[in-house]
Design a protein. Structure first.
Length: 689
């Protein structure tokens, strides 16, 4: 760190039997700052993980570069800094990793002396670690990192007194914070300005000791000073009407703070020494910490978003109010064109004109997608000067951010944010917006894959379920299938009606575990197996299907019910493999829940036996076959739900089976939220035509 001028250093080692890096040595910041990266997995999206995995130096030039390439840490640390991450390795053995961070304002590249010092330091570390391991005393990371402070001259008593007298001569008040933010020294003048006793302040965090400083913006300025090593200022109100200005001067050991009275609200504040705009807690605009709260909430929400539409809606609903934007548009790149998948604040007609614009067009949205770099225009004039032929989306917009959506190194779309007044887009805000775009890009990439799988599963399921049921003289039939309201919207529920020889038919219904492509594919195999065995005794049909499933070893279980219907003798024989019992409505309106001999689910035991039960079916009898999605609901026992369904069946005087099917499905959907597929097959014996 001394040779390179780095302000922060982090050394990682491998614990025994673990492929994740653990922080072993830390310098320049407190453990609190390093807590999110104490343990780094081999595939975590952070620079040191990539550096170690790929055996190379990873250089982050500035916070915008961090936000673009590593959105997650970039969102947490949108402060001015540069970073280098590199493996500590020698002779084919990787011992750990090294991270160095420099204050904001570092040149965009490592200098030759810095790179040489970094190479030499890593080589020395690797040599020490290799020799220690060879001697049988390997260097291992402890439970907490070792904190290393820079060596400094310790003043004697005379010098210490002179230093204190020097501090008291300065105007205003002074105090010192350690790297964790705790007060280690405070003058009487500072205590008076803060309206607190010195004993109350010592050893405590300012925002803990002083309730009026418990403001996210105050802690944000402290964090900015520690990470960027820049002088940082802010102004805040000490109730009831005392405005104070704080100057934070950081170094590798802590922060020196100058406290002075500030101008009353409404007057122009004095210029500070911060390279960025001075922060004040009296600003009406949301603070960066407040914006981060909204964006963290968005990040958590995006992890639960399923399809592209879901991602677009979540992003639009949360980003516009969180960032104070006037409008938002989310576009994806497909087949050489940009397609609008979501927007807020824009008229539909405007979006329709912009939709399907070619990627080759000279527009900011296409440009950022091609270059991978964001574009910021603080005024309308800046946009028009740079892109005179561009389609201006918002007639009242006066500032724009065009952000590329890059996931896994591939462009997946663009994010456009429009503001209704000119905006400077300070570096911290640019870093936040770039991190935000990275988070949305990753969610969008996952959502597109999800949509592709869901479409494939739907097409597979549609191809496997019967599009129409055969006409069987003597039977009036109706069927319904409704996908679950979660997952991919597909599953393994199936039904079938098979016309056999003479006056016989077979009906079957089943439910394969799961809601994905595998469940839909297995459903097709089970249905085909039952169809192939139709005509044999019901127990034998299920036994054959069971042996097929156990041979396939799909890892999924299936419930199934099979009925052989003899229309000539008005009788049905049924066998079940762990399936919900069918319902029977007799011609006089009575309803029964058929009590069939139990059978094991298909796919568990190849030698399972499936006994048969029977029921008479005089003309006008309704046989109801269904999957558990029709009766299962949170907080309701299966027996009670089945009894309720049977009561509804007996009380409903529907003119057709289709009408009856609609009533039963509406009851299931309206009684409680459903989280499983619903399959329903109704059969009523009628005079043959």
């Amino acid at each position: 760190m001394r040779r390179t001028g780095a302000a922060i250093g982090m050394g990682y080692l491998y614990p025994p039997g673990d492929d994740a890096l653990r922080l072993a040595v830390l310098s320049g910041v407190s453990l609190e700052f390093a807590a999110p990266w104490m343990r780094v997995g081999p595939h975590d999206p952070v620079p040191v993980a990539h550096a170690v995995a790929e055996g190379r130096l990873v250089w982050i030039a500035d916070r915008e570069d961090m936000a673009r390439r590593y959105p997650r840490p970039g969102l947490v640390l949108p402060y001015p800094f540069s970073l280098a991450a590199a493996p500590v390795a020698a002779d084919g053995t990787t011992w750990g990793g090294l991270v160095l961070m420099w204050p904001g304002g570092h040149p965009p590249e490592l200098s030759a002396p810095e790179e040489e010092a970094l190479h030499d330091g890593r080589a020395r570390m690797a040599g020490i670690l290799a020799r220690a391991a060879a001697d049988g005393s390997p260097v291992l990371p402890g439970r907490t990192p070792r904190l290393v402070r820079p060596a400094r001259h310790t003043p004697g008593p005379v010098e210490a007194v002179a230093a204190v007298e020097f501090i008291h001569r300065l105007p205003g008040g002074s105090c010192a914070l350690d790297l964790g933010g705790r007060i280690t020294f405070v003058t009487e003048e500072a205590a008076a300005l803060l309206d607190a006793d010195i004993d109350t302040l010592m050893g405590r965090l300012p925002w803990e000791a002083l309730p009026w400083m418990d403001n996210p913006a105050v802690e944000d300025r402290y964090r900015a000073a520690v990470i960027s090593r820049r002088v940082t200022t802010f102004t805040t109100l000490r109730p009831p009407d005392h405005w104070l200005r704080f100057e934070l001067h950081p170094d590798a050991t802590g922060i020196s703070v100058r406290v002075t009275p500030a101008e009353p609200e409404g007057e122009t504040p004095r210029n500070g020494t911060d390279t960025e705009a001075e922060h004040t807690t009296r600003s009406a605009l949301p603070s960066r910490a407040t914006a981060l709260y909204h964006l963290m909430h968005l990040a958590a929400t995006l992890t639960e978003a399923a399809g592209v539409r879901d991602v677009a809606d979540q992003a639009a609903d949360q980003i516009v109010p969180a960032l104070g934007a006037h409008a938002l548009a989310l576009l994806t790149a497909e087949e050489g064109r940009l397609h609008v998948v979501g927007h807020r604040g824009y008229a539909p007609g405007v979006m329709a004109r912009f939709d399907s614009a070619p990627l080759s067009s000279h527009t900011p949205a296409a440009r950022v997608l091609a270059s991978g770099l964001p574009l910021f225009f603080g005024t309308r004039a800046e946009l028009e000067n740079t892109y005179p032929a561009a389609i201006v989306l918002d007639a009242v917009g006066d500032a724009w951010a065009f952000l590329p959506l890059i996931a896994s190194g591939r462009p997946v779309g663009s994010l456009i944010l429009a503001y209704d007044r000119p905006r400077p887009f300070h570096p911290a805000e640019r870093a936040i917006l770039t991190s935000l775009a990275g988070l949305i890009a990753q969610a969008l990439d996952r959502a597109r894959l999800y949509d592709s799988k869901r479409d494939l599963a739907h097409r597979l399921q549609d191809g496997l379920l019967p599009h129409t049921l055969p006409h069987v003289p003597g039977l009036e039939v109706a069927a319904r299938y409704l996908p679950a309201g979660r997952g991919m919207g597909v599953g393994g529920d199936f039904y079938d009606l098979i016309r056999l020889r003479g006056s016989s038919a077979a009906a079957t219904i089943g439910d394969v575990q799961g809601h994905d492509v595998a469940a839909a594919a297995l459903m097709g195999q089970v249905r085909a197996a039952v169809h192939a065995g139709a005509g044999a005794p019901p127990g034998e049909v299920l036994a054959r299907a069971n042996r097929l499933l156990t041979d396939l070893e799909p890892g999924l279980f299936t419930s199934c019910l099979y009925a052989h219907i003899d229309l000539k003798h008005h009788r049905a024989l049924l066998a079940t493999a762990g399936h919900p019992p069918p319902l029977v409505r007799h011609p006089d309106g009575r309803t029964d829940v058929l009590d069939l001999p139990p059978g094991l689910l298909l796919g568990i035991d190849p030698a399972a036996d499936y006994p048969t039960g029977g029921v008479t079916l005089p003309l006008g009898t309704v046989l109801v076959l269904y999957t558990d999605g029709l009766v299962e609901a949170p907080g309701i026992s299966l027996d009670d739900a089945t009894t309720d369904l049977a009561a509804l069946l007996g009380a409903t005087d529907a003119p057709t089976m289709d009408a009856l099917a609609d009533v039963l499905v509406a009851h299931a959907r309206g009684s409680a939220p459903r989280h499983d597929d619903i399959a329903l097959l109704l059969l009523r014996t009628v005079p043959p035509v």
